[in-house]
Design a protein around this ligand. Sequence first.
Ligand code: AMP
Length: 385
Amino acid sequence: MPLAVTEARSLLAAYPLAPVVATVGSHSALDIADGAASEGLGTLVLAEAGRDAPYARYFRTTNGPPGFPRRGCVDEVWTYPKFLSLAAPAEQERLRRKGALLVPNRAFSSYVPLATIEDDFRVPIVGSRALLRIEERSERENYYTLLERAGIPTPHRVPGPEAIDRLAIVKLPHATRRLERGFFTAASPSEFRTKSERLIARGTIAAEDLAGARIEEYVLGPVFNFNFFFSPLVPRADGLELLGVDERRESDLDGLVRLPAAQQLELSESARIPVYTVVGHGTVTVRESILEEVFRLGEKFVDAARARYPPGILGPFCLQTCLDRDGHATVFDVAARIGGGTNVHLALGHPYGNALWRTPMSTGRRIAVEIRRAAAEGRLPEIVT
Ligand code: AMP
């Protein structure tokens, strides 16, 4: 049985006065911890053994001598043999005793099964736990169905390989690293066949995943990830904020496009097929005449999410788009939580967030401001599920 929103919220009744901002140690944990520290909140990172050094060592909070700045932003690290262990009932109890408000990132929803998060994870989550599942492309209802309901343009879906009549992207998981992508492009049914055979031989994709792959039109244009924030604490008309825009660096795609064409052709056939592993992000701004449409898309998404998955978006979300030659955005992916690229504005804030708040405003800090305000006004139940 999915945990009722009221049950998750009622857990707050036993919480200490000063809640601690907790998150899973990967993805955007540093942004979340940095933002919380900037707002004077305690921070806790839930890490996996062998992957905990950035938090437990390099960004760990230590106080300098009197009069000197403190160093780091991670006050406490709890290390588990596997991320999944953080969801054990005794660990949940420990988190509640600590007063942990969990900010969900993609590491949390990837390493803890969604069913556990939805049904058994009795720790208040800052954001909407019901929306985490829409990221699963294999679900009957997912972000595509929500975007369609919202009237937001998505890439045209190609019904099957035989119907490929223009450049298309085929989306399926990596054969072995299931959290990574085994995407490839094809412009015809025969290219689909040759490339998929090569990728199966190379071990990038598995034959059994091909049948369930989503094939969609490849939108030509740069990828812009719009990092929004929606606050339920203010009147609806003031709720939506654009904080920042990031773009991804993908390996080995970005390496390939930095090669001159002649050198690309010298690569082996198989090395010419890029993989799309996200390895970093850059920050970008968008042409101002496009902003109006970007806000319109954000508003539509907020309304559709609220109607279909009440209480809807609470806090950060990210619309991943390609901007075409007319400047129109097509949304090809959604994160109904903090996006993966928000570290680009960690500590510095971002042009849009800063312009709005008149102070450096990263996504992590914006989350902390929301928590602080909700706590001060006795409205924490309105931002957790
Ligand atoms: P995703 O896993 O959906 O976030 O997509 C990974 C990468 O694939 C993106 O960062 C884009 O580079 C690319 N991509 C995904 N969908 C499309 C599309 N419909 N058109 C063009 N590029 C896409």
